[in-house]
Design a protein around this ligand. Structure first.
Ligand code: 13P
Length: 254
C-alpha cells in the first residue's frame, strides 16, 4: 500500500525563529496523526533547529535541494552528508523553481537522486509541465523525459524509496489549482511511465504527490483521487492551521 505523504515546502520564507515556532505548532497537532507521513522543509539555515524541534515526534524534515558532489569548491552549495548529520530524512530534488531559475536539468536531477539514495535519504522528485507545454499537447512527452531522466540507472529497490511530486508549473503559487480530473489524469500518466521502467508492483507502491496551489479547501477532493497520494505544499504550508487542515484531510482519507 502507498503511504500518504504531506510535505510543506517553505521555500525562501521564514527566519530561523519563525521556522522553529511553525515546526513546534505542527508537532503539537501531529500527535493525533497516525496514517500520514508529515514532512516539513525549512531553509537550510533553519534545518538544525527545526530538526531539534521535531525530534521524537512524527514530523520529518526535508531540505529543498542538495548538490550531487560529496564536497569541494562549490560555493553556496550543500552536500548530502551535511544535511544527513542534522537528522534530515527527505530531499526535494528538481523543483521547477530550480529548473527555471538555477539551471537544473533532468541529468542533474538524476545525479542528485543517486547521491541522495546513496546517503540513505529519500528524494522527493519534482516534475511537471509548463502551461505552454500543456497547451502544445506535450504533457506526456515532458513527463516521460523527466521521469526517464530522473530514474536513469536507479534500481527497483531504490525506486521504492523515492516519492514523486507532480507539480504543474502553471499551478505553482498562482492560486490556479489543477482540477481533480486534470491532476488524476497526470498522475495516471506518471504511474504508467513508472510501470514501464519498473513494472506494476513497484509503480503501484510509489507515492505520487500533487503540488500547485493545494490548500485546505481543495485538498480533500484532490487527495480522494485514486492516484494522488499526498501533497507538496508551498503557500498553504506557511501557517500551521492551513497545513494541518491538509494533513487532517489526508488522515481522513488514508
Ligand atoms: P504553492 O502551494 O505555493 O502553489 O507551491 C507549490 C510548490 O511549489 C511546492 O513545492
Amino acid at each position: 500500500m502507498r503511504k500518504y505523504v504531506i510535505a510543506g515546502n517553505w521555500k525562501m520564507n521564514k527566519i530561523v525563529a519563525e521556522s522553529v515556532t511553525l515546526a513546534q505548532e505542527i508537532v503539537e497537532v501531529a500527535k493525533n496523526i497516525s496514517k500520514v507521513e508529515i514532512v516539513i522543509s525549512p531553509t537550510y539555515l533553519a534545518t538544525a533547529k527545526v530538526a531539534d524541534a521535531v525530534k521524537g515526534s512524527n514530523v520529518k524534515v526535508a531540505v529543498q535541494d542538495v548538490h550531487f558532489e560529496d564536497q569541494g569548491a562549490y560555493t553556496g552549495k550543500v552536500s548530502v552528508d551535511m544535511v544527513k548529520e542534522l537528522g534530515v530524512e527527505y530531499v526535494i530534488v528538481g523543483h521547477s523553481e530550480q529548473r527555471q531559475y538555477f539551471g537544473e536539468t533532468n541529468e542533474t536531477v538524476n545525479k542528485k537522486v543517486k547521491k541522495v539514495l546513496e546517503a540513505g535519504l529519500k528524494p522527493i522528485i519534482c516534475i511537471g509541465e509548463t502551461l505552454d507545454e500543456r497547451n502544445a499537447g506535450k504533457l506526456e512527452d515532458v513527463l516521460s523525459a523527466q521521469i526517464n531522466g530522473a530514474y536513469a540507472n536507479i534500481s527497483n529497490t531504490d525506486a521504492l524509496k523515492t516519492i514523486i511530486a507532480y507539480e504543474p508549473v502553471w499551478a505553482i503559487g498562482t492560486g490556479v489549482v489543477a482540477t481533480e480530473s486534470q491532476a488524476q489524469e497526470a498522475h495516471v500518466i506518471v504511474r504508467s511511465f513508472l510501470k514501464k521502467l519498473y513494472g506494476s508492483s513497484v509503480a503501484d507502491s510509489i507515492t505520487i504527490q500533487y503540488g500547485g496551489s493545494m490548500n485546505a479547501s481543495n485538498a480533500g477532493g484532490l487527495l480522494q483521487q485514486n492516484d494522488i497520494d499526498g501533497g507538496l505544499i508551498g503557500g498553504a504550508s506557511l501557517q500551521a492551521e492551513s497545513f494541518i487542515a491538509i494533513v487532517e484531510a489526508a488522515e481522513k482519507i488514508a
